[in-house]
Ligand binder design. Structure first.
Ligand code: FES
Ligand code: MG
Length: 590
């Protein structure tokens, strides 16, 4: 290797022997030798996201051993370190609060310590974008390793998907068909092993997209956590990062606009989560790659759904892997010219070279392009006087919903009706079953105060079940609109991520229960049918009250994040952080 590695500035810097001695002294103290640290071998970080607090990623503690063996065999030295844990289901008030915290801390670690390359151990929803974004900001050679999904869940001979079965279980509980113990048992059946959600939720989505972006070894995103192949690819990932350091193959070489457009197409084909536009927007901004919310509709809407996985379909993670995973999906899209084949990937080959001809091994799970589960599976981007931007995953609109709202032959893509407004999830839970609200199957439900500022981080609460009495009448979903997010494991056709949020005094702050709303999916419009004079009167009143109220912060980080965070359509990053790009190149070594 002829290029001087950045770790030499710490461990072998003749210009600063004083600091070199100090750095060496402490890194020797657990048994590394002087010869190793001054050998010129690359120092490889393992950004460890697994811990007891983050069960979805916990298996990385085991996989790290195989990463180490790969790194060692290829001639590198490992320094493993913890990443701030993010557990989607365990963190209060919401895990989304911590994506930016993990990001900002990981930037400090990768930039501030003697690392020449880094293995990003990805998994649970936000861990993947947090890690990729941090690697992008520093821009040293980086490779991601997915922890992989759990094994399939089963209950009474049927697949139960983690994060998805809970929606069904809630309905059964609300309808009195199961009791509390039955509820817990049913939900727990969906999580039979180590790994992340086995459904096409945000974790499977973001790991699939990390592979589509080129940041993971081909075919590796979908391997279930307990499979032997997962251990093997951990070893291969360790080996590969050492070569990447030698090649100086950096995140900015791999994650180009072409890779993002590939990821958007793949997201439609897999039925990916509505959180993906948020996380890819954040990642693109940290890279300095141009990406707009509109790109999701332009490049993603017409792509069909090929992967038959819960919540949109039937199968789970093991099935997805056995059917061919990401390469099989990419190969189908590539044959239609929907993939930019020259996009680079971590193995040094293009995505075209990696995926061309990748076979579908089970066409019940991954369909061919000409026999899709659904056409036009991507997101529609909406705007109007209620918000500047929001998205809707039209691929999860079910037949019942379609018949109820989208069956007018003169106006097949539009519907209107009165709204019921909830101020945050607590308000919703308190009042949803209150008969005095008079909710009918013509109403739309609005959730506000749930955005990045209002419910700090933005809560996954927009998809709201109808009142119990409507459920028992067979009405399983009402149109939901909100400034929060929706779990990727929910199949509800909600209008999400509305920006600006109510807490930023967007249009949602002005809506009142009883207002009528019109949604036109073809035109991409959502408008309150309230005249501008009345809206202005409400705007003035809101201003006089000091703006849309939201609860006080409970922790220092909540307060800091609130003061800096942007809106969901722009990735909800800490505004200002995007100016620090490729800092290893632009700011020089320490
Ligand atoms: Fe961690 Fe679903 S809760 S992946
Ligand atoms: Mg989630």
């Amino acid at each position: 290797m002829t290029r001087k590695l950045r770790s030499r500035a710490w461990f072998d810097n003749p210009d600063n022997i004083d600091m070199t001695a100090l750095y060496l002294e402490r890194y020797l103290n657990f048994g590394l030798s002087l010869a190793e640290l001054q050998s010129g071998k690359p120092i490889i970080g393992i950004a460890q996201t697994g811990s007891d607090l983050s069960p979805c990623n916990r298996h990385h503690l085991v996989l790290a051993e195989r990463i180490r063996e790969g790194v060692r065999e290829a001639g590198g030295i490992v320094l493993e370190f913890p990443v701030h844990p993010i557990q989607e289901t365990g963190k209060r008030p919401t895990a989304a609060l911590d994506r930016n915290l993990a990001y900002i801390a990981l930037v400090e670690l990768i930039y501030g310590y003697p690392l020449d390359g880094v293995v990003l151990t990805t998994g649970c929803d936000k861990t993947t974008p947090a890690c990729l974004s941090a690697a992008a900001t520093v821009n040293i050679p980086s490779i991601a390793l997915s922890v992989g999904p759990m094994l399939n869940g089963w209950h009474k001979g049927e697949r139960t998907g983690s994060g998805t079965i809970v929606w069904k279980a809630r309905e059964l509980l609300a309808a009195g068909e199961i009791d509390d113990a039955g509820f817990v048992k049913l939900v727990a059946s969906s999580a039979p092993s180590t790994g992340y959600c086995n459904t096409m939720g945000t974790a499977t989505t973001m790991n699939s997209l990390a592979e589509a972006l080129g940041m993971m070894l081909p075919g590796s995103a979908a391997i279930p956590a307990p499979y032997r192949d997962r251990q093997e690819v951990a070893y291969l990932t360790g080996k590969r990062i050492v070569e990447m350091v030698a090649e100086d193959l950096k995140p900015s070489d791999i994650m180009t606009r072409d890779s993002f457009l590939n990821a958007i197409a793949v997201n439609s084909a897999i039925g990916g989560s509505t959180n993906a536009p948020i996380h890819l927007a954040a990642l693109a901004r940290h890279l300095g790659v141009e990406l707009e919310l509109k790109d999701w509709q332009t490049h993603g809407h017409k792509v069909p759904l090929l992967v038959n996985m819960q919540p949109a379909g039937e199968f789970l993670g093991e099935d997805y892997y056995r059917a061919g995973g990401v390469p099989a999906v990419v190969a189908q899209l590539m044959a239609q010219g929907l993939i930019r084949e020259d996009a680079a990937t971590v193995n040094g080959k293009t995505i075209g070279e990696n995926c061309r001809g990748a076979a579908i091994e089970d066409n019940r799970v991954i369909r061919t392009f000409d026999n899709p589960i659904r056409k036009d599976a991507g997101f529609v981007v909406l705007s109007g006087n209620l918000f500047d931007a929001a998205i809707m995953k039209t691929s999860v609109i079910g037949d019942e919903f379609r018949q109820r709202y989208l069956s007018d032959p003169d106006d097949p893509d539009a519907f209107e009706g009165p709204v019921i407004v909830f101020d945050g999830p607590e308000d919703y839970h308190r009042r949803i079953d209150d008969p005095s609200l008079g909710i009918t199957d013509r109403h739309m439900l609005i959730m506000r105060g749930a955005g990045p500022i209002g419910y700090p981080g933005a809560a996954e609460v927009v998809n709201m079940r109808p009142p119990s009495y409507l459920l028992t009448e067979g009405v399983h979903s009402l149109p939901c609109i909100g400034d929060g997010r929706q779990s990727g494991t929910s199949a509800s056709p909600s209008i999400l991520n509305a920006s600006p949020e109510a807490a930023a005094n967007g249009g949602l702050a002005l809506v009142e229960t009883g207002d009528r709303l019109r949604i036109d999916l073809r035109r991409g419009e959502v408008n309150l049918l309230v005249d501008e004079g009345e809206l202005q009167r409400r705007r003035d009143a809101l201003e006089a009250r000091g703006g849309f109220p939201y609860p006080a912060a409970q922790t220092p980080w909540q307060e800091i994040q609130r003061s800096l965070v942007g809106q969901l359509d722009k990735g909800a990053i800490l505004e200002g952080s995007e100016k620090y790009q490729r800092i290893d190149q632009t700011m020089g070594l320490p």
